[in-house]
Every structure is written in C-alpha cells, then in structure tokens.
Design a protein around this ligand. Structure first.
Ligand code: ATP
Ligand code: MG
Length: 273
C-alpha cells in the first residue's frame, strides 16, 4: 500500500473476496474520509461483505484494509473494535431479552479497566467504573431520544428503535470509524431525523469517519458529500451526489433509466441534518 494510507481514517486497497467460486469483491480501492461517506449499489453488490471484511468476520483473498495506515489483516474482530472500528448490522444483533441499557453497555466492554476479579467480587473500583459506564450509556441514549426506554426489554422496542440502540452501542465504544449497514431501513421519518442529528453531532465534534450503506438514495445524497457505487463487487462510480446520479453507468446498473435526479435540489430529508 502506498504511504497515502496513513492520511485517511480508513482505506481499502485492492480488496478481493470469493465465496467458493463466487467472486464477490474484485479489487475495491477506497479512501474513506472523515464525515459521511455513502456506499450504495444493487442487492448482492457486496456492500455488507466490505463491512464483514472490515470487522474481521470475512477474510480477504487479496488486498487489505488499513485503519489510519495500520493493516487490519491480522487483527481479531474484538481487537478491531478496540482499535476504533465499530459497526451496526443490516438486521440488528442485540440480546432481545436484555434491557436496552445492558445492550448498550456491551459496547463499552473493552473500555473497562478493571478485570474479572473486581467484577466477580464487585469491588469498589468495579462499581464506580460500572456506574460511570452506565452514565455514559444513558447520555448516549438521551442523545438519540431513547433514555426513557433504557430499562425496557430490548425485544419490546420497535425495529426502528432497536436499530438506534445498535448505533448507541457502537458509539459508546468511541470509534474512529463507524460502519452503518442500512441504518434507516424500517425507521419512521421522526426516527430518521433523530438518528441523523445524533450522528451529525459525532461527525462534527469528533471528526468521526462514518460509512453508511443505504438504499434510500434521497437520504444518502442529502447527507454524504462523497458516495461510492458498488456493482458486482467493483466500484463503478464515486463522487458527489450530482456526479454519481448523472453517471450513465450508475443509471444503467442501479438507478434505472427513468431516474430523474430531482432530489439533489436540497429539498426533503436534508433538513434533518
Ligand atoms: N458468508 C457468505 N457465504 C457465501 N456467500 C455469501 C456470503 N456472504 C455474502 N455472500 C454472497 O455475496 C454476495 C454479496 O453479498 P452482500 O451481502 O455483501 O451484498 P449487499 O450489497 O450487502 O446486498 P444487500 O443490498 O441485499 O444487502 C451475495 O451474492 C451473497 O449471496
Ligand atoms: Mg447488505
């Protein structure tokens, strides 16, 4: 990889993935920047597979990913979280019979200084650390309008709220890079507004690098200054909303010939952020 990698929060270099004989990613090169980065493309294009490689669940057959220039290839999934990569899933992966607070606390696990002995005997150090962690999680839930649900069983929340709980769990890990896999799918308009406002705050205040996979094109084009279009495992276009929505290759492969890019006039969802 060239020396440029270290200047980006997250870089993909010539990433290849195959499942059996099925080539799913074929030479993906992306330098993600701080702020909102969009990743779009048809079903089966390989978008979630990119996240799975970044989280360490899927091994690249060729190429590598770099976090601030550091090769991630040999890191286990848990070490990637402590290095600064957090994610959410297309279908939320939460413990449904645990409370919302308990699920969010899991995101802070690697930040706990004291080990299992203090935990086992509930020594003072452990208790004060846990109290502090609960405060941080509560603040996060408050930020995303879910403080009142903190002590509810997670399975009792709507799917939209569960997706926001997952975002909270990812954010309490204090990531440098946050990967969101279709965060707005299943959310009502009000929830989307709350979600985007919260995310905007972290992007602005902590220079977070956020990569968002989303099929809602209006949403992606309204919040992401740069968007990557993946098709059959290759990046076929990249650039601003205007660039990718007027790119004939993208119209042919994804948007459809009848696509008229009227959503680029700043109307609609962009008000939220
Ligand atoms: N673990 C796996 N084993 C075998 N094939 C897989 C595996 N994971 C993904 N695939 C295949 O890889 C291709 C890309 O899948 P992926 O989930 O990355 O697509 P996607 O772009 O996220 O699609 P969608 O928009 O529907 O979520 C699909 O053909 C999928 O069936
Ligand atoms: Mg997917």
């Amino acid at each position: 990889m060239n020396t440029e990698t270290s200047t980006f929060p997250l870089s993909l270099d010539d990433l290849h993935v195959s499942f059996g004989g099925n080539r799913v990613l074929e030479g993906v090169d992306i330098n993600f920047v701080p702020g909102f980065n969009g990743l779009i493309g048809p079903n089966g294009a390989g978008k979630t597979t990119i996240f799975n490689v970044l989280s360490g669940y899927v091994k690249a057959s060729r190429g590598a990913a770099f976090l601030e220039g550091k090769d991630l290839s040999e890191l286990k999934p848990t070490d990637r979280v402590s290095s600064g990569i957090s994610r959410t899933f297309q279908s939320p992966k939460l413990i449904l019979d645990a409370t919302v607070m308990e699920n969010v606390l899991l995101g802070m696990h690697h930040r706990f200084k004291h080990g299992h002995v203090t935990e086992l005997f509930r020594l003072p150090n452990h208790r004060s650390e846990e109290d502090r962690a609960r405060e941080i999680c509560m603040d996060m839930l408050e930020e995303f309008g879910l403080a009142e649900d903190a002590h509810k069983e997670t399975g009792d929340l709507s799917l939209g709220s569960q997706k926001i709980v997952e975002v909270c769990r990812a954010l309490v890990a204090e990531p440098k890079v946050l990967l969101l896999d279709e965060p707005a799918a299943g959310l009502g308009a009000d929830d989307v507004t709350v979600l985007l406002k919260g995310l905007r705050k972290f992007v602005d205040e902590q220079n977070l690098c956020l990569v968002i996979i989303e099929h809602d094109l209006e949403l992606v084009t309204s919040i992401c200054p740069i968007i990557y279009v993946l098709h059959f495992g290759r990046i076929i276009s990249e650039g601003s909303a205007e660039v990718i929505t007027s790119d004939p290759t993208v119209i042919e492969a994804y948007l459809g010939k009848g696509y008229a890019p009227e959503s680029n006039d700043g109307e609609g969802g962009s008000d939220a952020v």
